[in-house]
Design a protein around this ligand. Structure first.
Ligand code: NAD
Length: 290
C-alpha cells in the first residue's frame, strides 16, 4: 500500500518504520528535519499525501491537526483514508473527519495507548472512530502497528474512549500514590502494601503493572529515576482534554477535574515537567496536609 505519514516524532517515527518494514511504501513529512528508517522524506505534507491510499497523521494537538488537514485533504485521492492517530480534542477530530468526508475521503480518528515502547514494538492499542468501511481499510495497518484495534463507533469516538481511559488512569495513579504516602506515614512497609493491595479490591493497573514505588512490583519508570514512560506533561494534556470534553458535554467529572488540577500544579508549578506521571509518589512523600 502507498502510505503518507505526517508527523514523524517519538511515536510517528517508529510507527512509520514498522509499516515500511512490513513492505508498505511509506512517504513521510515532518516540520523538522528527520531521518526515519525505511521512510522516504517528502518536501511538504501535500507531497507526502498525494497519491497515498492511506495518510496517517501523528501530531501534537487538534489545532495542528486542523492546519495539516487543510494542507493535505485537497491533495488526497478520492476514496483514500485520512487516519489520525494523534490525541486531540473530540471537536477537532469530528471537524477534520467532516472536512475529509465532504471532500470524498474516508476518515478515522484512532488515538493510541502504549507509548513509545508500544510504537517501537508494534504493540499499540488503537481506539477508533469512523465508518465500518474506513475501519476495514485501515485494519491491516493497525495489525502492523499494534496488537489491538477497537472500533468505538462514529467519528470522534476514538478520542472519546482515549480521554475516558486516561481520565481513569490519572485519577487512579493519584489514588495509588497518595495511598503509598499515607502507608509510609503509618509505618506500613511498601512491599507489604503492594502485596496486599495488588491482590485485594484496591488493585489497579497503576498498582499491579506500573507500581509507582521503586523496587516494588514489576519493573516500571519508578525503578529508573521516574524517567518516562508516560510523561506527567502528556497526562496533563489528556486530563485537560477530558475536562474540555466534559464541559462541552455537561458531564460532572469531579475526580477528573481534581486530577487535572493536581497534574497542572505538578507540571507547571513544581518540578514534574519531564518526569513520569508516577512521580506523583515522591511528590506526595515530601508533603504534609498543609
Ligand atoms: P512528538 O512531539 O515527538 O511528535 C510530533 C511531531 O509532529 C514532531 O516531530 C513535530 O515536528 C511534528 N509536527 C508538528 N507540527 C507539524 C506540522 N504542521 N507538520 C508536520 N509535522 C508537524 O510527539 P509524540 O510523542 O510523537 O506524540 C504524538 C501524538 O501522540 C500526540 O498527540 C500525543 O499526545 C500522542 N501520544 C503520545 C504518547 C507518548 O508516549 N509519547 C502516547 C500516546 C499518545
Amino acid at each position: 500500500m502507498k502510505i503518507g505519514f505526517i508527523g514523524l516524532g517519538n511515536m510517528g517515527g517508529p510507527m512509520a518504520t514498522n509499516l515500511a518494514k512490513a513492505g508498505h511504501e511509506v512517504t513521510g513529512f515532518d516540520m523538522v528535519d528527520v531521518a526515519v528508517e525505511g521512510v522516504t522524506i517528502a518536501k511538504s505534507a501535500e507531497e507526502a499525501a498525494a497519491g497515498a491510499e492511506v495518510v496517517i497523521t501523528m501530531l501534537p494537538n487538534g489545532q495542528i491537526l486542523r492546519t495539516v488537514a487543510d494542507q493535505i485533504v485537497p491533495a488526497m485521492a478520492s476514496g483514500s483514508v485520512l487516519l489520525d492517530c494523534s490525541t486531540v480534542d473530540v471537536d477537532s477530530a469530528r471537524a477534520v473527519a467532516d472536512q475529509a468526508m465532504a471532500a470524498g475521503l474516508l476518515a478515522l480518528d484512532a488515538p493510541v495507548s502504549g507509548g513509545i515502547g508500544g510504537a517501537q514494538g508494534g504493540t499499540l492499542t488503537f481506539m477508533v472512530g469512523g465508518s465500518e468501511d474506513a475501519f476495514a481499510k485501515a485494519k491491516p495497518l493497525f495489525d502492523i502497528m499494534g496488537q489491538k484495534a477497537v472500533h468505538c463507533g462514529p467519528s470522534g469516538n476514538g478520542q472519546a474512549a482515549k480521554i475516558c481511559n486516561n481520565m481513569i488512569l490519572g485519577v487512579t495513579m493519584i489514588a495509588t500514590c497518595e495511598a503509598f504516602a499515607l502507608a509510609d506515614k503509618l509505618g506500613l512497609d511498601r512491599q507489604a502494601m503492594f502485596d496486599v493491595v495488588s491482590t485485594s479490591s484496591g488493585y489497579s493497573w497503576t498498582m499491579n503493572a506500573y507500581c509507582p514505588a521503586p523496587g516494588v512490583g514489576p519493573q516500571s519508570p519508578a525503578d529508573n529515576g521516574y524517567k518516562p514512560g508516560f510523561a506527567a506533561d502528556l497526562m496533563l494534556k489528556d486530563l485537560r482534554l477530558s475536562q474540555q470534553a466534559a464541559e462541552a458535554a455537561d458531564a460532572d467529572t469531579p475526580m477528573g477535574q481534581a486530577a487535572a488540577a493536581l497534574y497542572a500544579q505538578f507540571v507547571e508549578g513544581e518540578d514534574g515537567a519531564g518526569k513520569d506521571f508516577s512521580a506523583m509518589l515522591p511528590r506526595f512523600e515530601k508533603r504534609g496536609r498543609g
